[in-house]
Design a protein around this ligand. Structure first.
Ligand SMILES: [Zn+2]
Length: 299
């Protein structure tokens, strides 16, 4: 069997583990996905992660030279530990990098998942060719990564890029991060769904009432679809979330003066419903020179 030197990689999130191999060309091969329970205990989460990587090794002819983990949560790069992962509390403090290195007898590296996505977008994705790039993921939560002068900027400890935990509402509710009124609490998919359900529970009329009755839940994708169909409640909720996202992004433009902001994650799949107002907001409210420079594009 031909053996190809590759890195075995895993992406550990609150609801799933993705794994595969990456070769010198940066392409992901042998991709597999396993559902996981973010609320599970550490043993369950580790068993699922190991099972995913074991399956990749068993089904590929890879000669692994390293193992790389992208994990949700704030990471202490120096220790190889997740320090705070709101959607996967059981891994907080676990020495994931050392555990992987020991199990696979390989050098191990570990990154925050949004930082890893920023690197990928910069090397082989929408940000290719740029020197200064910001990546944002807007889904269940909001995460981000920073590329400065072609390099991933991670800060002193590895926690840089947590745009989801910048305060945009000084009178907002407290957050698990220790802050309050965070961007993530205002503009994530979770926030969009929660705000829609709140208005429905106050007796507001909307086509989303039917969705809630039939499915038992309303997702941000449901809200976006209803907004597209002209539903007033859905438009109010979605547009307000995107206005708040726009406020956050205008601040990023003023701080970083990036050439490009790449936005991924489930909420970005709504296309122009998100990108048009965000671009307009940045044009109107960020400094003129960096606002004229920056391109805001889908991942
Ligand atoms: Zn926060």
């Amino acid at each position: 069997m031909k053996e190809v030197p590759e890195i075995i990689v895993a992406d550990l999130g609150g609801t799933k583990v993705l794994a595969g191999t990456v070769g010198a060309d940066g392409k992901l091969n042998h991709r597999i996905k396993r559902e996981s329970k973010g609320g599970g205990n550490l043993e369950e989460i580790l068993a699922n992660l190991y099972a995913a990587l074991d399956e990749v090794l068993a089904t590929s002819s890879t000669l692994p030279v390293a193992v790389a983990l992208a994990s949700a949560g704030a990471i202490d790069l120096n220790k190889g530990v997740v320090t705070h992962s709101p959607n996967m509390m059981a891994v907080n403090g676990a020495p994931l990098r050392a555990l992987l290195s020991k199990r696979y007898n390989l050098p191990a590296i570990m990154l925050n998942d949004a930082s890893a996505a920023a690197l990928a977008e910069h090397r082989v994705g929408a940000g290719k060719g740029s020197r200064h790039m910001i990546f944002l993921t807007v889904s269940t939560g909001i995460g981000g990564g920073i590329i400065i002068d072609n390099k991933l900027y991670q800060g002193a400890d590895g926690t840089a890029g947590e745009f989801g935990h910048t305060t945009i509402d000084i009178d907002g509710p407290p957050d698990t991060c220790g802050g309050f009124g965070c961007l993530e609490q205002n503009a994530s998919g979770t926030a969009i769904a929660r705000n829609a359900v709140k208005l429905l529970s106050e007796g507001r009329q909307s086509i989303l009432s039917k969705v809630l009755n039939e499915q038992g839940v309303v997702t941000s994708a449901d809200v976006a679809e209803a907004a597209r169909q002209g539903d007033a409640l859905a438009q109010e909720v979605f547009n307000e979330a995107i206005r708040r996202l726009g406020i956050g992004i205008a601040s990023m433009v003023n701080v970083f003066n990036p050439e490009i902001i790449v936005i991924g994650g489930g909420v970005s799949q709504t296309g122009d419903l998100l990108f048009a107002p965000v671009r307009r907001f940045v044009a109107e409210h960020a400094y003129k020179l960096p606002a004229a420079r920056v391109r805001i594009v889908p991942a």
